[in-house]
Design a protein around this ligand. Structure first.
Ligand code: GLN
Length: 459
């Protein structure tokens, strides 16, 4: 089949997925033009002809980049993200931009100026977030893979809810040039796909040093060709704290996967990560602090929306623009972030959070130094929740990230894979690797998905 033919089919699937509200901009002609260009020649390689969705906080030339915020309504970036550029150069097709929580702040894709995205299997549930659009669209097969972003788990958490793969690289492994900044010490471009292999191919193309990003690591792209999909002889650590508060069905699914690992010759060892309880509170100080600074640039002058009151000075214009342009969750983050950085509170909140982050990161280092090759843990404490359920309780919403945000604080790579179902809904579990050991975790994840049946209800 030509790339053009497969792009036509994808276009029909993207249009048919309309009810998910996962897509925020799509142009059939642009997709088909890219496909014809790939057919005419050029690239050969594992991502040639792959249909890719791009979270709408990643800059593209073909489509607006809005971060699902009124403040960037209709904004067009003059440049494209390095990850997007590399995918296109390798023959992948940028199909559409996908829905997200405004500026990637959220865990349910309900905080979007475009309205909430739906879970791919049950419209009354959330797909998770903040990359809910990318993940839902991938889950229904409308795209082969999608780029999302993680600041605190925003690809793995929805991937677990929707029964697909979510892969976050080591901090610095993938260029963030063109990823709209949220929390710069945490932000990463991450990948979702239906199979580990597809996610790995996308990662292999987008990873590697980029001079456009000062935080990009001096590390080669991830090589996945000839990678061994095996766990025999690996020491897999189970972090005790991640198994403490867990829905029964999620626990059963994890134990089934652990039995499989053990039977295949992995050495299973319990390990304590004693500062896990500090991760969520530290994250929800550090991420808003950085957001309050990063979002200061939306001033009504440089980007997008401008609201000019009849009479008033430039400050009145700033206030009116930001008041009208940002939604309630973003405003909450800016207020919290400004507060924890303010004189008098900086030591009590921000400095303390940074110290807690160091302890969380050290827990992981100690575990790996003790001979553990990979950690294995549930991705989320429960399955997808009902839309509206956590909207009025931000702390309950934040708690759905309890097992994903620690690795972002520690800047480690992790991959979530579907491992079964409970109550009819997908359950995800994750492998966490030492920094720059993506290949090891991808191999283990590929192996696990070859032996567990993600459609199987656990009993
Ligand atoms: N849910 C988290 C938050 O709201 C994580 C967001 C993310 O990873 N982008 O901040």
């Amino acid at each position: 089949m030509s790339v053009l033919q497969s792009a036509r089919r994808a276009a029909a699937r993207i249009e048919a997925a309309h009810g998910l509200n996962a897509v925020v901009s799509f142009d059939r002609d642009i997709l088909l033009e890219q496909a014809s260009a790939v057919d005419r020649g050029g690239s050969a390689g594992p991502v040639r002809g792959l249909i890719i969705g791009i979270k709408d906080n990643i800059c593209t030339l073909e489509h607006p980049t809005t971060c699902a915020s009124r403040i960037l309504a209709g904004y067009r970036s003059p440049f494209e993200a390095t990850a997007v550029l590399r995918l296109k150069a390798a023959g992948a097709l940028v199909a559409c931009k996908t829905n997200l929580d405004e500026f990637a702040m959220g865990s349910s894709t309900e905080h979007s100026a475009f309205g909430r995205a739906r879970h791919p299997e049950r419209a009354d549930l959330v797909p998770g977030g903040s990359s809910g659009g990318s993940v839902a669209l991938t889950a229904v097969g409308a795209v082969d893979a999608a780029l999302g972003s993680e600041t605190g788990g925003s690809v793995r958490q929805p991937a677990a809810f929707c029964g697909v793969v979510g892969l976050t690289p080591t901090y610095g492994r993938v260029s963030r040039y063109g990823l709209v900044a949220f929390g710069s010490s945490l932000d990463q471009i991450a990948v979702t796909a239906r199979t580990v292999e597809t996610a790995a191919h996308v990662l292999s193309v987008i990873s590697g040093r980029d001079v456009e990003d000062a935080t990009s690591a001096d590390a080669d792209p991830v090589v996945t060709d000839g990678m061994s999909a095996d766990v025999a002889g690996l020491t897999v650590g189970l972090p005790t704290e991640y198994f403490n508060e867990l829905d029964a069905g999620v626990r059963r699914a994890c134990h089934h996967a652990i039995d499989c690992l053990r039977n295949a010759g992995a050495v299973i060892r319990e390990v304590s990560l004693p500062h896990t309880h500090l991760a969520l509170p530290a994250y929800y100080v550090i991420a808003p602090a950085e957001a309050s600074s990063n979002l200061a640039r939306y001033d009504g002058v440089r980007y997008g929306l401008r609201v000019t009151p009849e009479d008033g000075d430039v400050h009145a214009m700033y206030r009116a623009t930001r008041g009208a342009g940002f939604g309630p969750e973003v405003r909450r983050r800016i207020v919290i972030g400004t507060y924890v950085l303010s004189a008098g509170y900086y030591d009590a909140y921000y400095r303390k959070a940074v110290a807690a982050r160091t302890l969380v990161a050290k827990d992981f280092q100690d575990a790996f130094a003790s001979g553990i090759d990979l950690l294995f843990a549930p991705t989320t404490p429960s399955t997808a929740f009902k839309a509206g359920d956590k909207l009025t309780n931000p702390v309950a919403m934040y708690r759905s990230d309890v097992f994903v945000c620690p690795t972002n604080l520690a800047r480690l790579p992790a991959i979530s894979v579907p491992i079964g179902r409970t109550g009819g809904l997908p359950v995800g579990a994750q492998f966490i690797a030492p920094a720059f050991e993506e290949t090891r975790m991808i191999g283990a994840a590929a192996w696990l998905t070859s032996v567990v049946d993600p459609q199987q209800e656990v009993s």
